[in-house]
Design a protein around this ligand. Sequence first.
Ligand SMILES: Nc1ncnc2c1ncn2[C@@H]1O[C@H](COP(=O)(O)OP(=O)(O)OP(=O)(O)O)[C@@H](O)[C@H]1O
Ligand SMILES: [Mg+2]
Length: 277
Amino acid sequence: MSAAVPRRGARQRDAAPVHAGPAIACRGVSVRFGDFQALTSVDLDVATGQTLALIGPNGAGKTTLLNALSGRLAMAGGRVQLRGRDITAAPIHARAKLGLGRSFQIINIFPEMTVLENLRLGAQPLAFGLQPFWRGVQGWPRLEERARAVAALVGLEDALDLPAAMLSHGRQRAVELGLALMADPPVLLLDEPLAGVGQAEIAATTALIERVRQGRTVLLVEHNMDVVMRVSDEVVVMMGGEVLTRGTPAQVRADARVRRAYLGEFRAAPGEESVHA
Ligand SMILES: Nc1ncnc2c1ncn2[C@@H]1O[C@H](COP(=O)(O)OP(=O)(O)OP(=O)(O)O)[C@@H](O)[C@H]1O
Ligand SMILES: [Mg+2]
């Protein structure tokens, strides 16, 4: 945990070499809200290129962990590395520039603005002429072209000029994802991308997540277990602000402790069937 966020002016302009270690490495991450300990010493690695699902009952600390990773919340303790760089003290925009994108549990778009206008806003971190350092300047298309390309990726080419509020919930989720994709972040945090999406649109939104995860590292918080089983390489289960267990989707589904956690009656029992990180 020695490398530091590069200072302005010291930015690397060419495509960054692929980091060989984990894309995200958390060590001892703790978050407090007053007297309440929301996260207690969380250790978590997300391997480069993997899609890791983060599951757990309501209040487990999943969103809090994403907020700590993206810099929206100060940590009470611990360290975080992004692609080999220590970002523990880095502000939100610096993390974004280092390749971290995120979407939100509660849709975070501008309903009265068109899809195109929303996507342009998603490029705000880049609007100061600060290209993400993992892209060469010459390779960076103009904003509008980028917005159109992202719209095509998330299936919104036909809706560019519609106010976001006119779209179905599933398509508003696509706008939310599109905002996160404007900077083409190699590492993406997705907080319940299916929240509020109706049954009729689950398949399409799941297909979108499948598409978006290609070529990226994704940390996905999701309650829909069918989707988790389908799109993730591994699953981490959180409970009460701590990591309960980690395994393949099949291992986690078979874990009796996980079932109990979801039934709200978790008690550690000696010799209980479980998987471990
Ligand atoms: N800003 C805050 N101030 C005080 N307590 C908070 C704050 N944000 C979250 N908490 C508390 O921290 C705990 C973890 O919340 P968090 O939102 O991370 O849970 P979650 O796992 O994302 O749950 P859900 O599945 O419902 O989204 C909860 O007890 C919550 O009430
Ligand atoms: Mg949450």
